[in-house]
Design a protein around this ligand. Structure first.
Ligand SMILES: Cc1cc2nc3c(=O)[nH]c(=O)nc-3n(C[C@H](O)[C@H](O)[C@H](O)COP(=O)(O)OP(=O)(O)OC[C@H]3O[C@@H](n4cnc5c(N)ncnc54)[C@H](O)[C@@H]3O)c2cc1C
Length: 508
């Protein structure tokens, strides 16, 4: 049976005093001694070795957009700029979302036109291709630039076992494919539990787990050993009534889903490729955590192979991460986490308000930032002590700076495989290259699959990039400046790349 670890106020107090001063002091300190330096070129690029730039000690140098985009062709820069610009346009995103959710999309001609348009714009910008072979091409380019790839076969939300089996085959191919590539090019394979377990069943399991948290005497005979999934501040409003036990059919479907995940885990262990499980929305996240933790307990032996994802925008996140790590450490399970802020903000808030409850998301973005930085700091300390693994998945410059500074401060060696920074493909090129130049391992999250399958992912990217102050605003502004500079000096066509590092921005 699972352990339920109640949060100890003393331990939490200790955690806060342990990480707070580092975090609050870090803003100024990071600015002063940040290891990130856009002037320093990467040790990965052989071409650059022949043309070493003068070392400097300045922090992120965004004024040097000429150098940053030195080897990106004007056409590519223009396309990336237009795509990110469109994604930041509220009217365009609202219209696109409306079309995708309307019955118009069921008309074959309209569907065809929309999918073709998306393919040559957002899809090419944010995705690695439609097939594994196309993703391999994209990976090669990324590797040439000194980055690695997180291979994400982009299926999600399946309603039946046949669909889950198909997706399972896709994930399995993804793992086989990762194995066939040089280990230095693929950092991990990503999977979504919603693709291998029917959505309705994930809701039922989440309900049952929530009810058991409210009433520990509530028996769940199918439940495997897991790490703590809730805290007293977790959102439990999705389950207001005692749920019925699983039917025999549901139990059998659960077993099938578990077997799919365990087979993926076995392959990843066999090939020594980390498997990262994405986080989704709170209505089903308890079940996703349950699947992740129970398999991590089985397969994470010497090193973390199975990674879960923690979303910093949730109010209960600090405590939940702390409890999970504490229990995992007591069981001597090396646990790996991908830390993100979270991508389901509007749907979470809408659902909570429709049920008459407060949103599970922090009341303001500052709280989310603080939570992300605190959790990063906490896990960086663990990694420095030789425990667990961490993927810091963010486009936020300050978080990147703070984490880079902290990693150095706690003595995490360059090239330590247990720490990885990650950005989505097509986003935050400046941060990716800055971190790489500073000697950290950096991956791009590479979704691939047929265009229609990737649409939910693309809609989330559109949501994330909308608005003038969105995630992509820095990249857009830097690209705009560089395009203006080239226009002024009439440097159209391919920029002089001889000797320069090969940077691919957006479209492969
Ligand atoms: C490699 C990678 C993997 C990812 N995997 C996942 C995943 O598995 N699951 C998932 O959900 N997301 C995932 N994401 C998406 C990630 O959550 C988004 O990229 C993220 O939301 C953008 O945050 P940021 O850290 O780049 O910071 P920023 O762009 O600085 O912050 C924006 C984020 O802050 C939060 N926020 C915005 N406004 C408010 C507000 N008013 N109150 C509280 N919080 C607010 C939201 O989370 C918003 O997305 C992944 C991202 C990357 C880079």
């Amino acid at each position: 049976m699972a352990t339920r670890v109640l949060s100890s106020p003393n331990l939490l107090k200790k955690l806060r005093s342990f990480i707070r001063p580092l975090n609050s002091a870090a803003s100024s300190a990071a600015a002063a001694v940040s290891p990130l330096n856009f002037d320093e070129k990467s040790e990965y690029s052989t071409v650059e070795k022949h043309h070493p730039p003068p070392p400097t000690t300045t922090p992120l140098d965004f004024d040097d957009y000429q150098k940053l985009f030195a080897s990106v062709s004007t056409l590519k820069l223009l396309r990336s700029s237009v795509n990110l610009g469109l994604a930041s346009n509220d009217t365009f995103v609202d219209f696109g979302t409306w079309v995708m959710n309307s019955r118009l999309i069921e008309t074959p001609l309209v569907r065809d036109i929309i999918l073709k348009t998306v393919k040559h714009t957002f899809f090419e910008h944010f995705c690695a291709g439609e097939t594994a072979a196309e993703a391999a091409k994209c990976l090669r380019k990324i590797q040439e630039a000194g980055l690695r790839g997180m291979l994400a076969y982009a299926v999600e939300h399946t309603t039946d076992n046949a669909g889950c089996d198909r997706n399972f085959d896709g994930f399995l191919q993804s793992i086989e494919f990762a194995r066939s590539l040089p280990p230095s090019s693929v950092s991990s394979v990503v999977a979504k539990i919603t693709a291998i377990c029917p959505l309705g069943l994930l809701r039922r399991i989440s309900d049952l787990l929530r009810w058991q948290y409210k009433d520990p005497s509530f028996s769940l005979p199918w439940k495997l050993y897991t790490l703590p999934i809730f805290t007293d501040s977790s959102a439990l409003y999705h389950t207001l009534q005692k749920p019925d036990p699983l039917t025999p059919q549901e139990e059998s479907d659960l077993q099938l889903a578990h077997q799919r995940l365990l087979k993926l885990c076995q392959k990843c262990v066999q090939y020594n490729v980390p498997l990262i499980i994405d986080a989704e929305d709170t209505s089903i996240q308890p079940a996703i955590d349950y699947f992740t933790y129970s398999s991590a307990i089985m397969y994470n032996k010497d090193d973390p192979i199975i990674y879960g994802t923690i979303q910093a925008y949730l109010k209960d996140t600090r405590e939940r991460l702390f409890n999970a790590v504490k229990t995992a450490q007591s069981l001597e399970i090396p646990m790996g986490f991908k830390l993100v802020r979270g991508a389901y903000m509007s749907s979470e808030t809408k659902l909570a308000s429709s049920l008459g409850f407060d949103s599970p998301i922090h009341n303001g973005i500052r709280d989310t930032h603080a939570c992300f930085n605190d959790c990063a700091s906490f896990m960086l300390e663990k990694v420095a002590d030789g425990y667990g693994g961490l993927v810091l998945a963010t486009h936020n410059l300050e978080s990147g700076q703070l984490a880079a500074w902290k990693a150095r401060d706690v003595g995490i060696e360059k090239g330590n495989k247990k720490l990885e920074f990650a950005q989505l493909y097509g986003m935050s090129e400046a941060l990716s290259f800055g971190l790489r130049n500073a000697g950290f391992q950096v991956s791009k999250y590479l979704p691939y699959g047929p265009v229609d399958m990737v649409m939910p992912y693309l809609l989330r990217r559109a949501e994330e990039n909308r608005g003038l102050l969105s995630t992509s605003s820095l990249d857009r502004s830097l690209m705009g400046k560089e395009l203006k500079r080239r226009l002024k000096s009439l440097q159209f066509g391919k920029p002089a790349a001889a000797g320069g590092m090969k940077i691919e921005v957006g479209t492969p």
